[in-house]
Design a protein around this ligand. Sequence first.
Ligand code: DP6
Length: 318
Amino acid sequence: MATATATAHPNIALIKYWGKRDTALNLPAVPSLSLTLDTFTTRTTVTWGADRDAARLDGREATAREAGRVFEFLSVLDPSRPPCRVDSHNDFPTAAGLASSSSGFAALAVAASHASGQDLATKALSVLARRGSGSACRSLWGGFVEWTLGHAPDGSDSHGIPLAPADHWDVRMVVAVVSDAKKAVGSRPAMIRSAQTSPYYSHWCATAQSDVDGAREAVLARDLTTLGTLMEQSTHKMHATMTTSWPPVFYAQPGTMACIHAVMQLRDSGTEAWLTMDAGPNVKVLCRSADADTVADTLRAHATTVHILGPGAGPAVL
Ligand code: DP6
């Protein structure tokens, strides 16, 4: 029996992942590019060898569905594994819509790899984390990370690639929580619905690589205008495939629209603020650190909570 504890931070996609080309291996239909955040942390302990599989999430027993996802994941790491114990805590509200599955599966991959004695390299951990949740493969590094599409049938070349570390660029992600209502459709079925029914899905896939290429150059050049433009376009294109699916998937709430207009007004008045949204109603705004308080004050009028987060580091083993 061996125990290991690891921490990881969530990441926010600047150029989005939406759609799968292989659901069994969880391979993406598009490449993506993200920023790993600081402050918000998932901390996960894995005990390799127990009397039975048992998982606790945020101090409560995992539901059967959650436990199924966790233990199937551990069996990907080692199909002949012993029963295991998993205990995972997020120190941030899941209602913040901050892709807790990204930090969750990144921390689980690192802790399980250590507890099992396999000590996988970071790239292999990213491939593994991807099997748990696609976005998790990007949380294996801090700062700006690209997730390559890959071509290998077994998915071994579809993983994160570190682009620039957290201290490369003094930007902030201001998160406006506008609703904590449970989403009507989870991102997995919504992705499948987009692929099967949205007339815009083929355009979404066809333009993703050039969006990532442009965003990569913009990150390296610290060009906020170009990055922000590509980021916002990626978000609106992704949401266009959702809302034109049938039945349509709408994640925006009235507060979401108020934040979108507020961000556009900020830009009109000279503050560079650029928004992104995921499979939920909350709005995340990328800006320079010097503008973060102005952006946060503006969004507070439309949000229940506002968090100011910076670029963060990759996982750590405790
Ligand atoms: C909208 O990584 O949660 O946040 O691979 O099915 O677990 P699965 O999906 P997940 O999807 C994230 C989608 C997104 C965009 C992004 O993070 O790139």
